[in-house]
Design a protein around this ligand. Structure first.
Ligand SMILES: CC(C)(COP(=O)(O)OP(=O)(O)OC[C@H]1O[C@@H](n2cnc3c(N)ncnc32)[C@H](O)[C@@H]1OP(=O)(O)O)[C@@H](O)C(=O)NCCC(=O)NCCS
Length: 177
């Protein structure tokens, strides 16, 4: 493992079908932690495969994988934010880093990769919805140029409670002409 100061040498690429087990494992770690994603049920391999197949047929909604020496260290996705055509240049981002690889800058590098990809794809803005006590995610957003746009109070239902959600946004720079 690289030191945080040096930063791990990651490679980034679009996710492939065979990434399904690794992506699912990383996603389910976050579900099991509780209070970091809206999801409360582990994702099945079939569901992960279905999501990957959808992304591979939809170039505007990619999933990027960060790899470190053959390990899937994390992944990031641009998902549809809203079906209305007036909002089709706004994307919704989700990011997940394998627990053993956290705090080494993987999330930061994934964010940079997705921000570049969003610019290439002509997005105007990226949006995220973060549970208010997901401090790691809020720190990552602050460190990578996102701003907190507001707070939905008592918004996400989880185990019988209603949790506040912070709406974060990132303005994508127009590509240099
Ligand atoms: C949120 C998450 C993606 C961050 O990934 P990461 O690889 O650990 O983040 P990084 O190491 O790149 O850190 C990014 C910044 O946040 C800060 N940070 C992240 N986790 C931190 C922690 N536990 N304590 C202190 N600072 C932290 C770092 O200091 C860093 O800022 P810096 O570069 O200025 O020092 C990761 O914690 C995760 O996968 N969490 C579970 C899933 C989740 O919450 N996803 C987001 C909702 S969709």
């Amino acid at each position: 493992m690289a030191t945080p100061a040096a930063g791990p040498r990651l490679t980034f690429r679009p996710a492939r079908d065979e990434d399904a087990p690794g992506l699912r494992e990383i996603f389910n770690e976050a579900v099991q932690e509780g209070r970091v994603t809206f999801e409360t049920e582990p994702r099945s391999l079939e569901e992960q495969r279905r999501l990957l197949a959808g992304a591979s047929q939809d170039p505007r909604h990619p999933i990027l994988v960060a790899e470190l020496r053959g390990w899937t260290a994390g992944w990031i996705a641009i998902e549809r934010y809203d079906r209305r055509p007036q909002l089709d240049d706004v994307g919704e981002v989700s990011v997940f880093v394998r627990r053993e690889f956290r705090n080494y800058g993987v999330g930061r590098q994934l964010m940079r990769a997705v921000q570049n990809e969003a610019q290439r794809l002509g997005y105007r803005k990226l949006v995220g919805h973060v549970l208010a006590d997901n401090y790691d995610s809020l720190r990552l957003c602050r460190a990578t140029g996102w701003r907190e746009a507001g707070r939905h109070e008592r918004h996400a239902r989880r185990e019988g409670r209603l949790l506040d959600v912070i709406v974060v946004e990132y303005m994508v720079a127009a590509p240099a002409s």
